[in-house]
Design a protein around this ligand. Structure first.
Ligand code: GLV
Ligand code: MN
Ligand code: MN
Length: 423
């Protein structure tokens, strides 16, 4: 069988497996932004894009762009429909998060060309390099550059080894000084579509392969630092200590309590990273730094929870004689998917699966949170086994991969049918 005749799901699975083999840690999938692994994955994606008939370039932020020209010249044929996702991963990741969306875009192009579909606009597939925000204390760099939403204060932020985003970009072959030039003109785009695994259990429990996303949750990432006083573990009496780690432990339980209190608004709070200094078993910790990831279904719920956390932090700091500070690294309001794209997606899912799709909110963050400042966004969710994600056990059935690509093709065709270049 040749590439085109093999079932779509099988082709998608083979591409996902090929990308999953590009990792910094043998036996685990870890592929962070602007690393050698990212470079190799970007190269492979570029090769696939080229093979699918697209013209390919890497931009100043390391994003791969593959463009399929419009099938026919006419009014609005120079505008672009964007389809994308990310090729970076978390540490010890699953293989579908992000990569599925990029591969679905490439396969959709292959399929449409194979079926002789001619689009009245250009189609662009984007493979962003930084959706996870794991390496640097910044996230959505690639999609923010394209959407013109990148602030200019981030180039000096550094990773755990002290390498700045500026230096990492330079050694990757990107161009920190041209990031602002990557911004697309509003009006040059028709919308942004993303296929992504759900990363939650709703579709699996409902026995549905696909769903249509209504919105992406409100999200904030913060760095909390607690400064106490280092001292001898054997000599400083308990009642006069200013133990930064004991204070951090109390702060974390307080954060959990506040998130639980706002659970009705789908508020979730996570401390996923912590550093205690100086970091010796017989020294009272003098300084602790940790991350806070806070999300909710509404901006109001997230802001209220955040204010409650800040208030309680100040109290804990005062009672324990430690200095607490909170730095905001990233904040994105709720990103609502555009009704016209939701309709196109829902119709395509119904035609592909024979059932009206479930609409669901995304608790996970996505590149669409940045792209929405440029253009309308729409997302297709794909069921993943038991909703497990950010975990090597992440799994999607090959058949669902094929169904997702079909639904993406159907969505693009429906947008093409309704395309009004004057809009
Ligand atoms: C990315 O997966 C995020 O939601 O943080
Ligand atoms: Mn993702
Ligand atoms: Mn992720």
């Amino acid at each position: 069988m040749n590439r085109v005749e093999r079932p779509l799901g099988e082709r998608a699975q083979a591409m996902i497996d090929a990308l999953a083999s590009i990792t910094a840690e043998p036996g685990k999938l870890t592929r962070l932004y602007l690393t050698e692994e990212h470079r190799e994955a970007a190269r492979l994606v570029g090769e696939w894009m080229r093979r699918a008939g697209m013209t390919v370039r890497m931009d100043a932020a390391g994003t791969m762009h593959g463009v399929l020209p419009a099938g026919r010249a006419g009014p609005g044929s120079n505008r672009r429909l964007l389809v994308g996702s990310h090729i970076d991963t978390v540490v010890d990741a699953g293989r579908f998060d992000g990569t599925l969306g990029v591969i679905a875009g490439i396969l959709a192009v292959e399929e449409m060309r194979g079926r002789g579909v001619s689009l009245p606009f250009e189609l662009e597939v984007l493979a962003f390099g930084d959706e996870e925000g794991v390496r640097f204390p910044k996230t959505l760099i690639g999609s923010s550059a394209v959407s013109g939403a990148l602030g200019d204060t981030m180039l000096d932020l550094a990773d755990a080894d002290g390498i700045t985003i500026r230096d990492a970009l330079l050694s990757f072959g990107g161009d920190p000084d041209s990031l602002a030039d990557e911004a697309y003109l509003p009006g040059s785009t028709i919308g942004y579509l993303e296929v992504h695994i759900e990363q939650g259990p709703v579709l699996d429990q409902a026995a549905r392969p696909l769903g249509v996303v209504s919105a992406i949750a409100s999200q904030g990432r913060y760095r909390i630092s607690i400064k106490g006083e280092a001292g001898h573990a054997g000599t400083v009496p308990m009642d006069i200590r200013h133990d930064a780690l004991a204070a951090a432990a109390q702060v974390m339980l307080t954060i959990e309590e506040i998130a639980l209190k706002h659970a009705k608004a789908s508020c979730v709070a996570t401390v996923g990273e912590i550093k205690a200094m100086p970091g010796a078993g017989n020294v009272i910790p003098g300084l602790v730094e940790f991350s806070l990831d806070l999300r909710a279904a509404t901006d109001e719920a997230r802001t209220t929870a955040f204010e409650a956390i800040r208030y309680r932090l100040r109290n804990i700091g005062a009672k324990r004689g430690v200095l607490v500070s909170v730095e905001t690294m990233h904040e994105k309001p709720v990103a609502t998917c555009a009704p016209r794209l939701k309709t196109a997606i829902a119709g395509a899912i119904e035609r592909t699966t024979g059932k009206k799709p479930i609409a669901l909110m995304s608790g996970a963050g996505h590149d669409g949170q940045a792209m929405i400042s440029l253009t309308d966004i729409g997302m297709i969710f794909v069921r993943c086994r038991a909703g497990i994600s950010h975990n090597p056990l992440e799994h999607v059935e090959p058949e669902d991969l094929g169904t997702a690509v079909e639904a993406l093709v159907g969505t693009i065709e429906s947008i093409a049918t309704d395309y009004d270049p004057g809009e």
